[in-house]
Write a new protein. Structure first.
Lengths: 627, 165, 513, 101, 542
């Protein structure tokens, strides 16, 4: 094992070590687990940075730990490949994780399950790192599920709350539905390619018939839908906000949910051979972006609003990768990770200050009380709204530009529309929380969070402010794109956001959309020059639709969950107990009834015995004569 | 000869029917002695005088007397209602009728004497059937004979055990 | 040492019986001594069996540690033992599970301790014998007698409708076994008719030529015997009852070892003896397997009793194993065998936990629990690992087996595999839902307030299993490398017969579509 | 008309069947025994007739043994009847129905 | 004329005597017992006669083994001593030996023993042996009657117990009725063939020219009717289905040791003679007897099992189960051939041990309760008497045909023989039957081990309430036991030691013998199979 391999394996090792230590010996570590855990992750982050530069100035490389499964012709190794795509992800994941860890020390300070929390969190980081570094589909699948599991335990971290444990379970199961497709996709790859290694699969995929490629791509995408909470499997993500807020920031905004985008970027070869599958990705992305934004506009729970926003932004990313603009998708992924992480953490900070209050109707005017939080929040909000020069502007604009460029005007329009709605709902949130009159409970002592929480916020805010410049237009020549595009160069319909249209015109449209969104929010919530209630009444149906999240949960409950339960009860009560068991018991019953009849032959009367005997003789003789 | 055969047949069958139909067991016992006599007649017809004598001695003399003794001993002569109810009778007659038909139907071919053995009437009469039977009993059938003797002994023990209070 | 190795199988098989004999002479009142002695002896047995693992040559499919003595000349039956990669692990599983279940019953079994430990050890002998026999008659002898100790264990220490369950268990499996006996005898006679020799040597019986129609009839007969044991869908009805009412140790042994006999029987007997019939009937069996998977899972969802839930989940899991076996590719069969081990470990562990619930609260109704994680964190953590192993979470054992089964079956039986794969969703549904209702949420029932966490002994009971869950999940190669040669050989036999089967198929015009 | 063995066998069969009928319809133990004796005697008749017609002796010897057995059985019957009567006060076999099912 | 020179040849007679030595020894000892009864006082005598009986059986064994290599046809074709006999004699003597062992305790407890009992047992054993070695219809009839008369007496042996007398009466009437059929069948066979010796009949039929007699009378019909009626007579003793009616009642009413003798010894003898007759006469294609037997076997085992299913009286249950077992045994006979007959023989000897073992335990418990043999009274017994309970379970499992026991090996042997002869369906039905049968055997085990053992009080009430004469006749020794049981109330008053005290070592020895042999026959049956196979070889030389 050379030093490169060692570094590569040390990156996941530290979080794993942390997970085991806090998990098994948490009692003894108690308070140290937070600091030590953060240090472990920071070490991983440093190592990731080292690897980043090694790859940036060298080559991608593969490193194998041991042979995992070797069942006749099915062979899978535990091995990693580090290339440009993965190092970006690595640095991003470990970086944000470090900040979230540090933040969590403050946020979770008084929680009983402090060590347990860090154990879970470290485990998650480990799984996420491995997911990114895996060099074959099975390993990817393994850690795909593993992050899902971590998400499950973290969402249900406060398991005493029924809603939390429900949400965790829901997340896991919905993810499993996606994974079901993913698993089938992996199997389909294996049975057709005979291998699961990325390099072999990607180099040989074009030999398969197109319909198979499309099937594989769609099945993989099913996994992505589940993990990245795209329509129609998006229902778990809003509920996942039951978990601790740093978890939401890390898992449900920055890292895990973007794994779907990562997957498609990783499998861009497969998708590039299947235009129809790519189209499906695009459409799903568009739908999700739109409906999530639509729902977010009327919600009152600040975390949920941000969660829907995450959905919506993920929709953007999928639109990007759907049209083959992988670089743009990844760029948005990273910048989104930063500002959305920031938004969640600030929301957490608000909660922290408000003793866990989440309803924005009970807030207002907090700006004066928690300045650091408010400013960082607004930075995040601006980034989300795509206001230059914040990072969101550059990344979102790259996507919109490539949509326009590709000729998908319909989706471009949706994109712009969503940009407007995004700006509206996030500033609706900001105005309601930080400005305007206060609806805060008088007894509540609102306070700014401790430094251990605000420092990560500030760091993130800085990044959110300046990160975009590495992907500045003209896109192809920016640092980020020239770095990443080397990995995507061999994909078929590679469509970097080329500027054969003046980019600043398009950007202007987006900026206008963003600003008008902010203005609308301002009009509604600060100036109050429009009567909200009247609007609500006029568009009652639309409002109800948005408010009730398009009734999707209800539809699922009605169309899937309940029929399944009823069917299960039917199977148990009717098929199992009545038919099958009944048949068995029925036979026993029949035998016993027959037995009680047969016994009567032996009635104790000698006469009838003689008679029986005689009848026997007659029967035997009769057989001879009748024969 | 033929006439005797028919006479004996009629007596035997009639007395047999009486045995099973009269109410009083004592009467039954008397009828069965009559039947035994008829059978003894058959044996004489069949040139087996020794057996005929045995029939009278053993059956009519010993067995029937034992039965009569039993009836007297138990004071059973008064026992009434010997035949079971009508259904039983009908069922029994049907069953036995079937049995009878099944056996009898195929004893139909008119046969004639087709001897396979050496003990013709002439020889038997020459040696005397008692002597021949005696010789057989103590030579070829000596073992069954011994067994039969033990059997009788056992029967005696049995009767003793049962009858003992 | 060489003598020891030469007769190691016999030693392993009969050591528990010997232990039981020793225990017969221990005073009935000395319950502690009985328990400790039995547990230690079963541990020794496990260590003995680990010699098999150590000295097992992993690169051959040939039977190893073969012992052969003439037994009943009249039937050509011999005392013929030998193991290959599959039986090796079944034996190890048996010795381990017996040890674990003895260790688990310190508290659960309160009366008639002596009878209990003796029965357990006797049962172990017969289970081991079944796995190691290469003689059909010997196999059947071990196979059927196994029912009896199990029957006593369910009937004497069970709960609720224990007698009903015990009797149902015995009669049901007995009926299946007897029909199977018919099949085995017929093959034995056919072999005699063909060669003029009576023999029960399995390896010789493999060469029997059975006419196709008869083969199908016999296969169905033998199928019934094994399918009841597995159990495959319509023959499963004994299982929930038996599992539910049995004492913990009984459930552990039932789930951990006894269910494996069905699959093992197919692997060792039914399929190699009648490959053509097996191939012809494969679609039907696969349908049943898939129904088992989904049916078991769906019914599990709505169970109210913990044990019954786990029992039905067994039906589902065993469906996977059947699917893998009858897909008959090297990978899927590898997966099946591995999954047999996995299922033994995971479901065994689940039953252990359910037993601990029962010991603490004397109820198994899910509704009676809730919020236990707060009171018993170690319990919750270990239980969760077991649950996840059963769910098939990657990194734990269940995943490897299930995935191998699915990936192996995928190509040939795509539709079946897709349906089967959906089983992994349901597994998550019913197990996690159960876990949530038991461990999470708030404590609603006051009785749960003083719910005790696991004791040291209890942790020791499940620890080997938990360790194995991780070990197999992370490094299954130790197992697969030993299983694989055997499985490849098995598949080659079938492949060889596929040719014959195709010829027959062409001739008969079967499955023209 | 010549009398041959068939005629004797027919008579024997008739007596045999009458005996069987007696066992079937009577409930007095003594009468039943008498019916049984009839059946035995029917066999005797058959043996003697067949012996005579085939010029054999073994049938005749058989008859002697049957007589011995009949005598023995009579003795046993006597004992049983007495014991039975002692317990039930009757020899009606219908009263013997303690053992059933 | 007679060949007197041959008859008076001393050597011939001596050889003839040799052929019946085992029986002769038994009969001599039976006489000795009777004589001993004359010259000694009552109470001692029962002990003496008990030992005399055991010694007699042992001597008989010795003679048997001394003669075991010989094949002697004695007394002009009345009797034969061959390897087939050796096997069945062994089985019968074992059955008798076990019966004697069981008897002592049983009758001691009831205090009703008179010395003739053991002599009757010896007589009946010798009668069974004679029956097996008979090769002549006269001898068959005589031995059957000899055996039956002994059995009638033994059945009605429990004086003052109406059940016993009733059983004897029923057995007597039915037995005589069946014998009449047997006799009439013999007449018809005699009429058809002109022979009474099995060997002669066999020759006659195998000449294929018996149609020569056709113009005399319808030989074929005579033969078939005769054979059917003969079959009825034998089937009665084997207790095949429509001729089974005596079995449950007389088993139930008889003293339990006698029941054991009837269930084992008589059954062996009946099957022995049936095999002899069947292999010599029936396997000619005069008529498809296999079809009849086929149906009889199915009816017998099905009836036996179904009737036993809801039975609560243990003795009756075993009686019905023995009917079912007869069905299985018949399967071996139907399968026929070398393999089938050796299977049958093996099954028979296995059957002796498991049935005798079961009865020995029944006697043990019966002595204890002095009441009924109702299954209800067995609840919880498995815990109170672990060893006895375990042994009983083992015998029941053997009867059910669970492996490791002789019952399994026997069934396996018989069934494989039947499959070999192509009776697939028959075997399947038999297998399903044994699955049904398992239920009622298991039911007893359930009662012993799995039901609450708190209904002890009820049990004792039962024993007090019944106006059973036995209860009144218990001797002082057993009164202790009785009061002990009463004082115990609902608790576990009776311990294993009490059971042992109330049981003579003889009973325990019987159980142990049965246990060992059941196990050996189940695990290492080879010597017994060889024994059975060797004995079959002599069968074709009748």
């Amino acid at each position: 094992m050379n030093s490169k391999d060692l570094i590569v394996w040390l990156i996941p090792f530290f979080p794993l070590l942390g997970a085991i230590l806090w998990g098994v010996f948490g009692k003894y570590f108690k308070n140290y687990s937070g600091y030590l855990g953060s240090i472990f992750i920071i070490i991983s982050f440093i190592l990731s940075t080292v690897i980043f530069f090694m790859v940036a100035y060298g080559h991608s490389f593969t490193s194998t730990l041991y042979s995992w499964i070797d069942a006749s012709y099915f062979k899978v190794n535990i091995s990693t490949t580090v290339d440009r795509l993965s190092v970006i992800m690595l640095v991003m994941v470990t970086g944000i994780s470090s900040l979230v860890h540090i933040y969590s020390i403050g946020y979770m300070k008084d929680d009983k399950g402090f060590a347990r929390y860090f154990s879970y969190l470290n485990l998650f980081v480990f799984s996420m790192i491995m997911l990114i570094m895996a060099n074959n589909f099975l390993l990817l699948y393994v850690f795909w599920e593993a992050v899902g599991f971590c998400s499950y335990i973290l969402i249900g971290f406060w398991y005493e709350k029924k809603s939390a444990s429900n949400a965790g379970k829901k997340a896991f199961i919905v993810n499993r539905i996606g994974d079901f497709g993913f698993a089938l996709g992996v199997m389909l790859i294996f049975v057709n390619m005979g291998t699961l290694n990325y390099s072999s699969v990607f180099s040989g995929i074009h030999l398969l018939p197109p319909y198979l490629i499309t099937t594989i791509a769609l099945l993989l995408f099913a996994g992505a839908i589940g993990k990245s909470a795209q329509f129609p499997l998006h229902v778990w993500l809003p509920d996942a906000m039951e978990g601790p807020t740093p978890v939401s920031a890390l898992i449900h905004a920055a890292t895990m949910v973007t794994a779907g985008v990562y997957l498609i970027a990783r499998c861009h070869v497969i998708f590039s051979y299947s235009p129809s599958a790519s189209n499906v990705v695009l459409i799903i992305g568009g739908i999700t972006a739109f409906i999530a934004a639509f729902i977010a506009m009327t919600q009152f729970d600040i975390k949920r609003i941000i969660a829907y926003s995450t959905l919506s932004q993920l929709g953007y990313m999928f639109m990007a990768v759907g049209i083959g603009s992988y670089a743009a998708g990844i760029f948005h992924l990273v910048s989104h990770a930063i500002f959305k992480g920031l938004l969640f953490l600030t929301a957490g900070s608000v909660m922290h200050g408000m003793s866990g209050e989440l309803d924005l109707r009970k807030m207002g005017g907090l700006y004066s009380k928690m300045k650091k939080t408010a400013i960082t929040f607004i930075v995040g909000g601006l980034a989300l709204s795509g206001i230059p020069p914040f990072s969101g502007f550059f990344s979102k604009d790259a996507i919109l530009a490539s949509l326009f460029n590709k000729g998908d005007y319909f989706f471009w329009i949706i994109g712009e529309l969503v940009a407007f709605m995004t700006a509206f709902y996030i500033f609706r949130l900001i105005f309601n929380v930080f400005f305007g009159e206060s609806h805060v409970d008088k007894n509540l002592h609102v306070h700014e969070s401790p430094n251990v929480m605000t420092v990560p916020l500030i760091i993130l805010a800085c990044f959110a402010a300046v990160f975009g410049f590495i992907g500045m237009p003209p896109f192809n020549h920016s640092i980020f794109y020239s770095f990443i595009n080397k990995d995507f160069a061999n994909s078929l319909n590679f469509s970097p956001a080329v500027n054969n249209y003046p980019w600043y015109l398009l950007s202007t449209v987006s900026v206008i959309a963003g600003i008008s969104g902010i203005y609308t929010a301002y009009v509604f919530y600060i100036k109050k020059s429009l009567d909200l209630e009247m609007l609500k009444k006029r568009f009652k149906a639309v409002y109800a639709l948005s408010y009730n999240k398009l009734y999707i949960d209800e539809i699922y409950d009605f169309a899937i969950v309940r029929p399944m339960k009823n069917f299960s009860v039917f199977l148990w009560r009717v098929v199992d107990s009545f038919v099958i068991d009944g048949a068995v018991n029925g036979i026993a019953q029949w035998i016993s009834v027959t037995s009680s009849k047969v016994r009567k032959v032996q009635n104790g009367m000698l006469m009838s015995y003689v008679f029986t005997l005689t009848v026997g003789v007659i029967a035997l003789l009769a057989y001879y004569f009748v024969r | 000869m033929e006439a005797l055969f028919y006479i004996f047949s009629i007596i035997a069958i009639f007395s047999a029917l009486m045995v099973i139909s009269v109410k009083n067991p004592l009467t039954s016992a008397l009828y069965i002695i009559l039947c035994f006599f008829a059978l003894a007649g058959f044996y004489i017809l069949l040139n087996m005088q020794f057996l005929a004598a045995m029939q009278i001695l053993v059956y009519a003399g010993a067995i029937a007397v034992i039965i009569v003794l039993a009836i007297m001993l138990l004071n059973l002569a008064k026992t009434k209602g010997a035949i079971k109810d009508f259904h039983q009778l009908v069922i029994g007659i049907i069953a036995v009728g079937l049995l009878f038909l099944e056996v009898i139907l195929y004893i139909d071919a008119a046969g004639e004497k087709k001897p396979t053995g050496i003990y013709t009437n002439a020889i038997i009469n020459k040696v005397g059937n008692t002597q021949i039977i005696g010789e057989f009993l103590f030579t070829k059938y000596v073992f069954p004979f011994e067994v039969a003797s033990i059997l009788l002994l056992v029967a005696v023990i049995g009767a003793y055990i049962f009858a003992k209070k | 040492m060489s003598i020891f190795l030469k007769y190691i199988l016999s030693i392993i098989i009969f050591f528990p019986l010997l232990s039981a004999l020793i225990l017969v002479f221990v005073n009935k009142k000395a319950e502690g001594l009985l328990r400790n002695l039995a547990t230690v002896l079963s541990l020794v047995e496990f260590l003995l069996s680990s010699f098999l693992f150590i000295y097992f040559k992993s690169n051959t499919y040939e039977f190893q540690f073969v012992e052969r003595f003439s037994w009943i000349r009249a039937f050509g039956a011999s005392y013929f033992l030998g193991i290959d990669g599959v039986s090796l692990f079944m034996i190890l599983l048996t010795t381990l599970m017996t040890f674990v279940s003895l260790l688990s019953s310190y508290k659960y079994i309160k009366d008639h301790v002596k009878e209990f430990v003796i029965l357990m050890l006797v049962l172990e002998t017969f289970m081991l014998g079944t796995f190691a026999s290469l003689d059909v008659l010997l196999f059947y002898l071990f196979w059927e007698f196994m029912l009896i100790p199990m029957y006593f264990i369910i009937g004497m220490w069970g709960s609720g409708r224990r007698i009903y369950s015990a009797v149902k268990f015995v009669l049901y499996t007995l009926a299946g076994s007897l029909i199977m006996l018919f099949g085995l005898i017929t093959i034995f006679i056919l072999h005699y008719n063909q060669t003029g020799n009576f023999t029960f040597n399995l390896l010789k019986l493999y060469n029997t030529n059975i006419p196709l129609t008869l083969q199908i009839v016999l296969f169905i007969a033998i199928f019934l015997g094994f399918a009841v044991k597995v159990p495959v869908f319509p023959f499963h009805t004994w299982l929930p009852d038996a599992h539910t009412e049995a004492p913990t140790a009984g459930s552990v042994i039932l789930a951990g070892v006894l269910l494996k006999f069905g699959v093992y029987g197919f692997f060792r007997f039914a399929i190699p003896l009648m490959p053509e019939a097996a191939l012809i009937l494969t679609p039907i069996i696969l349908v049943l397997a898939v129904i088992s998977i989904i049916y078991g899972a769906l019914v599990s969802i709505v169970q109210k009793d913990l044990k019954r839930l786990v029992a039905f989940s067994s039906v589902s899991h065993m469906g996977f194993i059947m699917l893998g076996l009858f897909a008959m590719t090297a990978v899927s069969v590898d997966g099946s065998v591995l999954q047999m081990i996995n299922h033994g470990i995971s479901t065994g562990a689940l039953f252990l936990f359910v037993g601990m619930f029962y010991e603490r609260r004397h109820t198994r109704l899910i509704a009676d629990f809730g919020g236990l994680a707060k009171k018993a964190p170690i319990f919750a953590a270990l239980f969760m690992i077991a649950v996840l192993s059963s769910v098939g979470l990657p990194g734990l054992n269940g995943f490897v087996g299930e995935f191998l089964i699915l990936v192996g079956s995928f190509k040939q039986y795509t539709v079946f595999t897709i349906f089967a794969t959906s089983g992994i969703i349901f597994a998550a549904v019913y197990l996690l839902w159960m876990f949530q209702r038991v461990m999470f949420q708030d404590i609603t029932n006051q009785k749960n307030e003083d719910f005790k966490d696991m004791t040291f002994r209890e942790i020791m009971t499940v620890l080997p299993l938990i360790f194995l869950m991780f070990f197999i999940g992370l490094y299954p190669d130790v197992f697969l490398s030993r299983i694989n040669p055997t499985v490849v050989h098995f598949v080659n036999i079938i492949e060889h017969n596929k040719y014959a089967y195709n010829l027959i198929k062409a001739k008969m015009g079967l499955f023209n579509a | 008309m010549n009398i041959n063995v068939n005629d004797y066998l027919i008579v024997a069969t008739i007596i045999f069947c009458i005996g069987a009928l007696g066992v079937l319809i009577r409930k007095n133990l003594i009468t039943i025994f008498l019916s049984l004796e009839l059946m035995f005697n029917a066999a005797n008749l058959g043996f003697v007739a067949v012996s005579e017609y085939l010029n054999l002796m073994s049938g005749d010897i058989f008859v002697i043994f049957i007589m011995v057995v009949a005598a023995a059985e009579a003795a046993i019957l006597l004992g049983i009847a007495i014991a039975f009567y002692r317990e039930k006060g009757t020899i009606d076999i219908d009263k013997a129905n303690e053992l059933k099912m | 004329m007679l060949d007197l020179a041959q008859i008076y040849n001393g050597y011939y007679l001596e050889k003839s005597l040799l052929s019946v030595m085992p029986e002769a020894v038994l009969i001599i000892f039976a006489f000795l017992i009777l004589l001993a009864g004359l010259f000694s006082n009552f109470s001692k005598n029962s002990v003496n006669s008990y030992y005399l009986a055991l010694i007699g059986i042992t001597f008989s064994f010795l003679y048997l083994f001394m003669l075991s290599d010989h094949t002697i046809k004695g007394f002009y074709g009345s009797i034969v001593f061959d390897k087939f006999d050796v096997f069945l004699f062994t089985a019968i003597l074992l059955s008798g030996f076990l019966t004697v062992l069981m008897s002592k305790n049983y009758f001691d407890t009831r205090n009703v023993l008179i010395p003739e009992y053991y002599s009757l047992i010896l007589f009946s054993i010798s009668a069974m042996m004679l029956l097996v070695s008979s090769i002549n219809l006269i001898m068959i009839f005589l031995s059957i009657e000899f055996m039956s008369i002994c059995a009638y007496i033994l059945t009605g042996y429990l004086k003052g117990e109406s059940r016993s007398t009733e059983a004897a009466m029923k057995y007597f009437v039915l037995g005589a009725f069946a014998s009449a059929f047997l006799l009439f069948g013999s007449v018809l066979i005699y009429a058809a063939t002109g022979h009474l010796g099995l060997y002669n009949i066999h020759n006659f039929m195998s000449q294929q020219n018996y149609k020569l007699l056709y113009h005399t009378y319808n030989v074929h019909t005579f033969l078939v009717i005769g054979l059917i009626l003969l079959l009825v007579g034998l089937a009665f003793k084997m207790s095949l289905f429509p001729f089974h009616a005596w079995t449950p009642d007389s088993y139930d009413g008889a003293p339990t040791p006698v029941t054991n003798l009837m269930a084992t010894g008589i059954k062996i003898a009946a099957f022995g003679v049936f095999i002899r007759v069947f292999t010599s006469i029936y396997n000619f294609n005069v008529f498809n007897f296999y079809n009849i037997l086929w149906v009889l076997a199915i009816l017998t085992m099905t009836f036996g099992n179904f009737a036993a299913l809801l039975q609560t009286d243990l003795k009756r249950l075993i009686a019905y189960s023995s009917i079912a077992q007869a069905g299985y045994i018949l399967l071996g006979v139907i399968a026929g051939g070398y393999y089938g007959i050796s299977g049958t023989l093996f099954y028979l000897i296995a059957y002796v041990f498991m049935t005798a073992g079961a009865f020995a335990i029944v006697i043990m418990f019966e002595n204890l309760n002095l009441t009924s043999v109702d299954i209800k009274s067995y609840s919880g017994l498995g815990y109170k008497y672990p060893l006895a309970g375990a042994a009983f379970s083992f015998f029941l499992l053997s009867l059910a045909g669970i492996p490791v026991t002789s019952g399994f090996m026997g069934k396996f042997f018989v069934f494989s023989a039947a499959i070999k002869s192509g009776y697939y369906w028959l075997v399947i039905i038999a297998l399903l039957n044994s699955a049904v049968a398992a239920y009622y055997y298991i039911k007893i085990i359930v009662k012993m081990y799995m039901s609450d053992n708190n209904d002890n009080s009820e049990q004792i009430k039962l024993s007090n309430g019944s106006n059973n004469t036995i209860v009144n006749t218990v001797n002082a020794n057993n009164m202790d036991l009785q009061t002990f049981a009463e004082s115990g109330g609902g608790k576990t008053a009776l311990t294993e030691t009490v059971l042992l005290k109330s049981t003579t070592s003889a009973l325990i020895i019987a159980v142990i013998i049965c246990l060992i042999f059941t196990l050996i026959l189940g695990i290492f049956p080879q010597p017994f199979i060889s024994f059975a196979s060797r004995s079959v070889t002599s069968l074709w030389n009748i």
